[in-house]
Design a protein around this ligand. Structure first.
Ligand code: SAH
Length: 348
C-alpha cells in the first residue's frame, strides 16, 4: 500500500466518501506523496511523453505564435511570458531558443511559471540556466502591470474533475469509499442539488458527466489577469468540444500503459479530457474573446511546423527522427486530432 493510499483511507474514515476531484488532487498534488510533487514522471523513461518532450519543434512553434502575437500587439517593451504547469521546462527552453533572433522579444519578456511541484520547479530552473524565472503557486499572484502571454500545455487535464452518474432517474456523484475489509471501493451517492442545478435530466441510464469546477475557476482567474494586464492565453490539451459530452475519461498512466486508478496511488499520472466548449463559455462570460477550438495538427501546420521540419533536416537534423516527430505531433492517428488548441484574449 502506498503512503497516499493510507492517507486517503484515513480521510474517508474521518470525513466520509471522497469525490473524484479530491482524490485527483491528493493523488497528483499531495504536498509529500503526490505524483507531481515527487516529479519523476516525464519523457521516454518516465510514465508519459508530452508534445514538448517529443520534439524541439513543438516549443519552437509555440514561440512563433508568441512572438507573432507580441509583434501584432505593437511589440510592447515589457511583457510577462507565463507558462502554467511547465513540467521539465522543455517547452520554454525551446521557445526561448527559437525566438532569440526576434529583435527586442527577449529584452521585453520576463518569464513566470505557475507550478505546484517543488521538484519540478527545480528542474525548470536548471533547464532554463541563467534565465530568471519567478514561480507562483497559482495564477492569482502573477503581476498584472504588463501585458501577459500565457501558455499551458497539458495543464488543464491535470486539474481535477468530479464525475456525475445518471442513475435511477437522478444525478449521483461517483465517490471513493471503504468496503467491509477496509479496501478502497468506488460507489455513488446522491449528488448535491447545487452541483447539478441546470444540468440536463433524463439522460441514458449510467451516463457519466464530468464537471470541472477547478478548471472553470482557473479560466476565471486567467480572465481576471488578462482583463487587468491585457494579453492572451493558449491552451493545448486532449479534449473535446461537444457540449455536454458524456463519458468517463479519467485515466491513470504508468510507464506509458493505462493502469487502474487505485493501483499505486500517487505513482501514476491521472488525467481527464478537457471540455473545451464549457471553458470557452466561461471565458466568454467573463467578456473575453475566444478563438475557434481547433486541432493540434491544424494549429501546428498553420504556424509553420512543416517548414520548420524541412529547415531542421536541411541543417543536418536526422531526417527520419524529424519526420517521425512531425507525424506524431500532427497526424490525426496520433496526437494531431485528439489534442485541441484554444486561445482566449482581452484587449485586441
Ligand atoms: N507542460 C508540461 C507538463 C505537463 S504535466 C509538458 O507538456 O510536458 C502537468 C504540469 O502541471 C506539471 O508541471 C505539474 O506539476 C503541473 N501541475 C499539475 N497540477 C497543478 C496545479 N494544481 N497547480 C499548478 N501546477 C500544477
Amino acid at each position: 500500500m502506498t503512503p497516499l493510499e493510507n492517507f486517503i483511507k484515513t480521510q474517508i474514515r474521518e470525513a466520509g466518501p471522497m469525490d473524484v476531484a479530491r482524490f485527483m488532487t491528493l493523488a497528483l498534488c499531495h504536498p509529500e506523496h503526490g505524483y507531481y510533487t515527487r516529479g519523476e514522471a516525464f519523457g521516454a523513461d518516465g510514465d508519459f511523453t508530452t508534445a514538448p518532450e517529443i520534439s524541439q519543434m513543438f516549443g519552437e512553434i509555440i514561440g512563433v505564435w508568441a512572438a507573432d502575437l507580441w509583434q501584432k500587439s505593437g511589440a510592447p517593451d515589457r511583457f510577462t511570458l507565463l507558462e502554467c504547469g511547465p513540467g521539465r521546462g522543455t517547452l520554454m527552453v525551446d521557445l526561448l531558443r527559437g525566438t532569440k533572433n526576434v529583435a527586442g522579444f527577449h529584452e521585453a519578456l520576463s518569464v513566470h511559471m505557475v507550478e505546484v511541484s517543488p521538484a519540478l520547479r527545480e528542474k525548470q530552473v536548471a533547464a532554463l540556466r541563467g534565465v530568471g524565472v519567478t514561480h507562483h503557486d497559482t495564477i492569482a499572484s502573477v503581476p498584472d502591470d504588463a501585458p501577459v502571454i500565457v501558455i499551458a500545455n497539458e495543464f488543464l487535464d491535470a486539474l481535477p474533475v468530479r464525475q456525475l452518474v445518471w442513475q435511477d432517474g437522478a444525478w449521483h456523484e461517483r465517490v471513493l469509499g471503504l468496503d467491509d475489509n477496509d479496501g478502497l471501493i468506488w460507489g455513488v451517492v446522491q449528488a448535491d442539488p447545487l452541483l447539478v442545478k441546470g444540468l440536463p435530466g433524463a439522460v441514458e441510464e449510467g451516463a457519466v458527466l464530468e464537471i470541472a469546477p477547478a478548471r472553470e475557476a482557473f479560466i476565471r482567474d486567467t480572465a481576471d489577469l488578462l482583463k487587468q494586464a491585457t494579453g492572451a492565453a493558449l491552451f493545448i490539451d486532449y479534449g473535446y468540444d461537444a457540449n455536454p459530452a458524456y463519458g468517463d475519461t479519467l485515466q491513470a498512466v504508468q510507464s506509458h500503459e493505462p493502469v487502474s486508478l487505485l493501483q499505486e496511488i500517487g505513482r501514476s499520472d491521472l488525467t481527464a479530457h478537457v471540455d473545451f466548449s464549457s471553458l470557452a463559455q466561461v471565458a466568454q462570460g467573463e467578456g473575453l474573446q475566444v478563438t475557434d477550438i481547433i486541432t493540434q495538427g491544424d494549429f501546428l501546420r498553420r504556424c509553420g511546423i512543416e517548414q520548420r521540419a524541412q529547415a531542421l533536416i536541411a541543417t543536418g537534423g536526422a531526417s527520419e527522427q524529424v519526420e517521425s516527430a512531425l507525424q506524431r505531433l500532427t497526424t490525426a492517428e496520433q496526437m494531431g486530432a485528439l489534442f485541441k488548441v484554444m486561445g482566449i484574449s482581452y484587449g485586441g
